[in-house]
Ligand binder design. Structure first.
Ligand code: NAD
Length: 270
């Protein structure tokens, strides 16, 4: 049994994760952490998630449950995640990180833990998205240098705080890598006013924020006469939560290192 603790357990993903751990016969709910000072500390995390009494009370510090769990699942915010990584390094815990929107400095800080913490870090934990990344690699290799313009379009619910989504950036990176380009040089994240025609090699991003959209991503390869679109649509957060629990089971038996869902699913190259 993998003993799992969930940070941000009262959040949208946190509550879905409680349900996903409950449904998994090889993982057990060992703790749930809410924001320091939250009035939800002490509440039953199953009741918080709407899945019925679990017998596990939410706490507002990791210290309080440090002997109870093996793997932390963290879908919160960059600064919170980095503090939790330091805790995992100090106490010999593994971590699954779903948090998106990290700056370059924050990503560098995260990477600094790769020799001390077994971690899975992925902007999208769904099996379907991770398969889509493989399809994109193949499509980019076949089309990218043959006059096809590449654009990434994503849509999410109105509460999402970062843009473009971590998944959209990951999709752009996979395509750029396959073509020997970089997003730093070729990514175009804004077009407004007299911005001129697109260049042949740019990879454009467009963002939609509306209503309750769980997450939709399309990568378009367009040329004169045809357009290929590879699309993934998530209709429930459960797809991310199930992937995260699968990652938690997998990472619990790994040595320190930074992994992603391609590793967890056995899709990694080489
Ligand atoms: P949310 O705002 O609903 O939940 C975040 C929760 O974290 C909140 O309940 C908040 O109270 C809590 N929190 C903040 N500081 C905390 C602290 N110090 N200790 C404990 N809890 C704390 O957001 P969400 O929609 O659940 O998304 C969270 C993150 O997960 C975002 O970065 C989002 O982009 C990402 N996400 C990733 C995936 C994926 O598959 N990787 C999927 C969906 C969302």
């Amino acid at each position: 049994m993998t003993r799992v603790a969930i940070v941000g357990v009262a959040g949208r993903m946190g509550r879905t994760l409680v349900s996903a751990v409950n449904q998994d016969e090889t993982a057990t709910l060992a703790g749930g952490i809410v924001e320091p000072g939250s009035s939800l500390a002490g509440a039953d995390i199953g009741e918080l998630a709407g899945t019925g009494k679990s017998g596990v009370a939410a706490v507002d510090s990791l210290e309080a449950i440090k002997d109870d769990f093996d793997v932390l699942i963290d879908f919160t915010a960059p600064k919170v995640t980095l503090a939790n990584l330091a805790f995992c390094a100090e106490h010999g815990k593994a971590i699954v990180i779903g948090t998106t929107g990290m700056s370059d400095d924050e990503l560098e800080a995260l990477d600094g833990y790769r020799d001390r913490v077994p971690m899975v870090f992925a902007p999208n934990m769904s099996v379907g998205v991770n398969l889509t990344l493989k399809l994109l690699e193949t499509a980019a290799r076949a089309l990218g240098d043959e006059g096809y313009d590449i654009e990434v379009i994503e849509a999410h619910h109105r509460h999402k705080v970062d843009a473009p989504s971590g998944t959209a950036i990951k999709m752009g990176e996979v395509v750029a890598d396959a073509l020997g380009r970089t997003l730093k040089e070729h990514g175009v994240f804004e077009r407004v006013g007299q911005c001129g025609p697109r260049s042949d090699t740019e990879i454009g991003f467009a963002t939609v924020r509306a209503g309750d959209i769980v997450g939709e991503h399309t990568v378009m390869f367009a040329t004169e006469g045809e357009r290929i679109e590879i699309t993934h649509k998530a209709s429930s957060r459960m797809t991310f939560a199930k992937g995260a629990v699968r990652a938690a089971r997998w990472v619990s038996s790994q040595k320190a290192g930074r992994f992603d869902m391609q590793d967890v699913l056995g899709l990694a190259r080489g």
